[in-house]
Design a protein around this ligand. Structure first.
Ligand code: F6P
Length: 324
C-alpha cells in the first residue's frame, strides 16, 4: 500500500480532527502518501481531495469539527455514485481508505468494499456511541461533558425558580448520551429508547419527588425515546396532570457536537487511527477498529454494526436509587 485516503462522514464529532491528524502522521511515519477527501463520500465521488503531510495537520488535535468537513451523501447510496467514487480513487492512486464516522459510514464502506474490492477500515466517530464493535466512539466523551455542563447550568436556574426541566439530548435511536449524562448530572428521571418508562410511572416518580421535598427537578429525555410524545408534548402532559409543577423544556441540539475534544477522545482517536493505518499495511480490510476492554481490537463490519448492544441498564437502577 503506497497511498491511504481518509475522510470524515455523517454527523461530525469532537475528536475527528485528532483522528485525521493521527492518520496523516502515521502515514508519514510509514512513508505512505495520505490523501484527505472532503465531505465524506461526496468528496470521493467528486474527486475533491487534498494531500496531507505531517505538517498539514499541525495544531488541529484540540479543535472540534473536522477540517475535512462532513456530509451525508445521497449520491453514494446509488451504484452510479459509488462507481464514480471508485474511479476517482483509482485515478488518484489511492490503495485503501480509512472511513471515520458512524453506522451509515460503515454500511457505505462495507458495500463499497464488496462492489469494488478497495480495502476499507472504519474508525468509529460519532457522539451517539451506538457502534457495537467498540466500547466508546470518538466524540461521545466530549458530548457527555458538554451535556452535563449544560445541565449543571440549567439546574442553577431550575433551583432558583423551583421548576421542572425536561432536557432533550441527542443520540438518534440510542440512549447512551441520555443515560450516562443523566446519572452524571444527577437527573431525577432518564428517558431512553431502550427502556420504556411509561407515562404513569413518570408521573408517579415526579409526585414522589415533590412529596420527598424536592422543589426542582431535571428529567433527561433522549431524542429517540419511545414514550409516544415528543419533549414538548411530554412537558404539556405533565403540566396538565401535575399542575403544581412549573415546567420548562430545553433542547440541547447541535451544541452537543461541538467543542474541543476531551483528552479521552483525543487519545482514543490517536490510538484507533494509528492502528487503522497499521492494519491496512498488514493487509487487513473490511473491518472496523474499536476499543474493547481498553484494548484496540478489530471487528468485521457485520459484527460492528449489530444493533441493540451495550447499553448499561444498570445505570437506570443506580439513577433510581440516587434520585431518592
Ligand atoms: O449521529 C449524530 C447526530 O448528532 C444524532 O445524535 C442526531 O440524531 C443527528 O446526528 C442529527 O443529524 P443532523 O446534524 O443531520 O441534524
Amino acid at each position: 500500500i503506497k497511498c491511504i485516503g481518509v475522510m470524515t462522514s455523517g454527523g461530525d464529532a469532537p475528536g475527528m480532527n485528532a483522528a485525521i491528524r493521527a492518520v496523516a502522521r502515521a502515514c508519514a511515519y510509514y512513508n505512505v502518501r495520505c490523501i484527505g477527501f472532503y465531505r465524506g463520500f461526496q468528496g470521493m465521488i467528486e474527486g475533491d481531495y487534498i494531500d496531507l503531510d505531517a505538517r498539514s495537520v499541525r495544531n488541529i488535535i484540540s479543535r472540534g469539527g473536522t477540517i475535512l468537513k462532513s456530509a451525508r451523501s445521497k449520491e453514494f447510496r446509488t451504484k452510479e455514485g459509488r462507481e464514480k467514487a471508485a474511479n476517482h480513487i483509482k485515478e488518484i492512486g489511492v490503495d485503501a481508505m480509512i472511513l471515520i464516522g458512524g453506522d451509515g459510514t460503515f454500511k457505505g464502506g462495507k458495500v463499497f468494499y464488496e462492489e469494488f474490492g478497495i480495502p476499507v477500515i472504519g474508525v468509529p466517530g460519532t457522539i451517539d456511541n451506538d457502534i457495537a464493535g467498540t466500547n466508546f466512539t470518538i466524540g461521545y466523551d466530549t458530548a457527555l461533558n458538554t451535556v452535563i455542563d449544560a445541565i449543571d447550568k440549567i439546574r442553577d436556574t431550575a433551583s432558583s425558580h423551583d421548576r421542572l426541566f425536561f432536557v432533550e439530548v441527542m443520540g438518534r435511536d440510542a440512549g447512551f448520551i441520555a443515560l450516562n449524562s443523566g446519572v452524571g448530572a444527577g437527573a431525577e428521571e432518564i428517558l431512553i429508547p431502550e427502556e420504556d418508562l411509561g407515562l404513569d410511572r413518570l408521573l408517579e416518580s415526579l409526585r414522589r419527588s415533590k412529596r420527598s421535598g424536592k422543589s426542582s427537578s431535571i428529567v433527561v429525555v433522549s431524542e429517540g425515546d419511545k414514550i409516544g410524545k415528543n419533549v414538548y408534548e411530554l412537558a404539556d402532559y405533565v403540566t396538565e396532570n401535575l399542575p403544581d409543577y412549573d415546567v420548562r423544556v430545553t433542547v440541547l441540539g447541535h451544541m452537543q457536537r461541538g467543542g474541543s475534544p476531551t483528552c479521552f477522545d483525543r487519545t482514543l482517536a490517536s490510538r484507533l487511527c494509528v492502528n487503522a493505518v497499521e492494519l491496512l499495511l498488514d493487509g487487513h480490510k473490511n473491518i472496523m477498529v474499536g476499543l474493547i476492554n481498553n484494548n484496540v481490537a478489530y471487528t468485521s463490519f457485520e459484527e460492528g454494526l449489530k444493533e441493540g448492544h451495550g447499553i448499561n441498564k444498570e445505570l437506570l437502577r443506580i439513577s433510581d436509587i440516587l434520585s431518592t
